[in-house]
Design a protein around this ligand. Structure first.
Ligand SMILES: [Mg+2]
Length: 185
């Protein structure tokens, strides 16, 4: 299978890292921010007493990327999928990374993949171009749009996407491996 995989908050723990930075830079309590179940749009456009932070996030993102942690079992699972004959097409919307930074990050962290699509704001276009058989992404919007093209999707669980009940959800990378195996039986 040709498996498309998002990077931020599907492979990495980006959102909680950014939330921690916001807590420190804007003098907020991290756990309180976490308890609000904010999503990226809330951060970008403001929420409660939090100002719109799109410029803050975009202008700092390149400094934070090297420090993002990888989700548990992500690398082992991706390697097993490749060993099983699948192709991994990474698709990230990141447009605010430095040139070469994503490739370096993936290399430094040993993330295995076949192809990388960067600044892919339109994941539907990539899904069609790459003839994806599956997309794994934490974004409800991305998954919904790609699913509408008849391409199977898996929504990678994050607190801010739990309100969505219409998409197949995976809660861990171990579960991703099971689901892909069931799909290819
Ligand atoms: Mg993401």
């Amino acid at each position: 299978m040709r498996i498309g995989i998002d990077i931020d908050d599907t492979i990495t723990e980006s959102f909680v890292y950014v939330l921690d930075k916001i807590a420190k830079d804007y003098n907020k309590d991290y756990n309180e921010l976490l308890s609000k179940n904010l999503n990226w749009d809330d951060i970008y456009h403001g929420y409660d007493d939090l100002p719109p932070l799109m410029d803050y996030v975009f202008s700092n993102y390149h400094k934070w990327i090297p420090e993002f942690e990888i989700k548990e079992d992500a690398i082992d699972t991706m390697q097993k999928l490749i060993d099983d004959g699948h192709e991994i097409i990474l698709v990230t919307a990141r447009s605010h990374a430095l040139p070469g930074q994503n490739v370096k990050y993936l290399k430094d962290n040993g993330v295995p993949y076949t192809v990388l699509h960067e600044a892919a704001g339109n994941k539907v276009a990539v899904a069609i171009e790459e003839k994806l058989d599956l997309l794994i992404d934490d974004s409800i919007n991305n998954c919904t749009l790609v699913k509408a093209q008849g391409i199977p999707v898996l929504l990678y669980d994050n607190p801010y996407n739990r309100k969505c009940t219409t998409l197949d959800r995976v809660n861990s990378w171990k579960e991703v491996y099971e689901v892909v195996n069931n799909m290819t039986k």
